[in-house]
Design a protein. Structure first.
Length: 489
């Protein structure tokens, strides 16, 4: 690794490994928290049990001493009874003999005339023969003890003599709390929890890994099949699992997407074929006219030949402009809202300027109020001109254009009194290069792109263009979002 090369941190690349690692890490944090809580709670409860046991032993020893009975040295809890005026212990047991020989007593003697009952800690002397592995030995350590004092006035002379103390002696009873037991229990539990936790983490990681691997098998099958889809053969579809979970939704969505791509590819191929066919017709006519004129120049009507060539050239120009406009509209870019257009004024102007005066166009409005919409004025003019040109080619006598405001929408209709459109062709006429049977003649009809361009322009301005049912002729309805009127300057 060079000095300028960034450091790469290792991380698993597959979803299976990442999910297993995440699950194991989460489980490790949870188990660590549970283990910490169990350790402290178990140690606390074990210490409390040891302290309660020591206190119970303390009260039992005190009762025996007050009765003048020397306690039995056999005990599960270390204890020692010391007295004033006595160099050796009155009684001891429970492991309090594990000290250096010659030790008179381990615990300090009580001061005379001082009665206490406390829990404290004492440092016990070491024993050369002490075995460090013996967790129950109390030699050579600091331990918590519970104590109780018995004064001489609690004993009569007979009881004092039985205990081997003077009648004025004060006795103190020490019982050692054994925290080593709690430590041993906590340590054993910690080891058990550690082993259990490690095994659990391995099982959790392995279970997660293989579960995710099994769950992702349909995804891998989808990936393999999708990789085989090409532009030349987009008909492949993935198998939809019958489980009903997210993979089923993914497969369904992917099949829908593939179907849309297949349909788009089919439309593109059809569009290219139709465009080539439409371009070939005027080119053939133009070429044939020029070849005949060149072959027989003395018999050629050159003004007529030039007129034919100009007409076909204009047709090629119009078709090329339409194709370029469709290519731009296919980007699905919304129109800019920088300008506001009055559709009422625009429709009136197009009606007055239309060249087909033999078929008079009339414009009627529900009111004189203007109808404003955001968008590009040139594109709105192209949209309305295409609708008017289409109506002019099919109308018998009359074309009616209506513009009205309806709540948040502008509704513009173009209605002609022509033969109309069959209901089964109501959507097909908006497809590219589609002409109905009565409009097949290219001399009188258009390129077959006018309505397709008009609908794409309507969608570009967030509107709709539909053919509405009508008893006579064809009625096209354009709906566009209404814009507020521009402020007067």
């Amino acid at each position: 690794m060079t000095a300028t090369e960034p450091r790469r941190h290792w991380r698993p690349r597959s979803v299976r490994a990442r999910t297993a690692l995440a699950a194991a890490s989460t489980a490790a944090v949870i188990l660590l928290g549970i283990g910490w809580w169990l350790h402290h709670d178990l140690y606390r409860q074990s210490t409390q049990i040891a302290e309660d046991q020591a206190k119970a032993q303390l009260w039992s020893l005190c009762d025996q001493l007050r009765q003048g009975i020397v306690p039995d040295p056999t005990s599960t809890v270390p204890y020692e009874v010391v007295a004033t005026g006595r160099h050796t212990a009155v009684a001891y047991g429970g492991g309090m003999d594990d000290f250096e020989p010659g030790t008179h007593h381990v615990m300090p003697a009580p001061p005379k005339d001082h009665r206490i009952q406390i829990t404290t800690t004492v440092r016990l002397p070491a024993n050369p023969d002490y075995d460090p592995s013996d967790k129950l030995s109390v030699a050579g350590g600091t331990h918590q003890v519970v104590t109780a004092d018995i004064q001489a006035d609690d004993l009569n002379s007979t009881k004092a003599a039985a205990l081997g103390v003077t009648s004025d002696a004060a006795l103190r009873v020490y019982v050692v709390v054994l925290p080593n037991t709690a430590d041993a229990i906590a340590t054993t539990t910690d080891h058990l929890l550690l082993r259990t936790g490690l095994v659990s983490l391995v099982l959790i990681a392995a279970t997660t890994y293989f579960t995710v691997r099994h769950a992702l098998r349909p995804v891998e099958a989808i990936r393999v099949l999708t990789a085989s889809v090409t532009a030349h053969d987009p008909r492949e579809r993935v198998t939809i699992p019958a489980t009903g979970h997210e993979i089923t939704a993914l497969a369904t969505t992917l099949n829908t997407t593939l179907q849309r791509l297949d349909d788009a590819a089919a439309r593109q191929r059809r569009f290219v074929a139709d465009a080539a066919h439409e371009l070939r017709s005027p080119l053939t006519t133009l070429l044939a006219s020029l070849e005949v004129a060149l072959a027989y120049p003395e018999r050629t009507d050159w003004p007529a030949a030039a007129t034919t060539a100009a007409r076909q050239t204009r047709r090629l120009q119009t078709l090329a402009e339409d194709l370029l406009l469709l290519a731009r509209l296919d980007t699905r870019t919304p129109a800019a809202d920088s300008e506001t257009v009055d559709l009422t004024t625009l429709a009136s102007r197009l009606t007055e300027q239309h060249p087909l005066t033999t078929q008079p166009l009339t414009l009627t409005c529900d009111s004189t109020a203007p109808a404003h919409a955001h968008g590009n004025p040139g594109e709105y003019e192209r949209l309305l001109r295409n609708l008017i040109d289409n109506a002019a080619r099919h109308a018998a006598h009359h074309i009616q254009i209506t513009v009205r405001n309806h709540d948040a929408w502008i509704v513009l209709t173009v209605h002609d009194d022509g033969p109309g459109v069959p209901a089964e062709d109501a959507e097909r006429i908006f497809e590219r290069f589609v002409r109905l049977d009565d409009a097949r003649s290219r001399d009188h009809g258009g390129t077959g792109l006018g309505l397709a361009i008009a609908r794409d322009l309507a969608h570009r301005h967030r509107g709709t263009l539909t053919l509405t049912p009508h008893t006579l002729g064809a009625c096209f309805q354009l709906r566009l979002p209404r814009a507020p009127a521009p402020a007067d300057t």
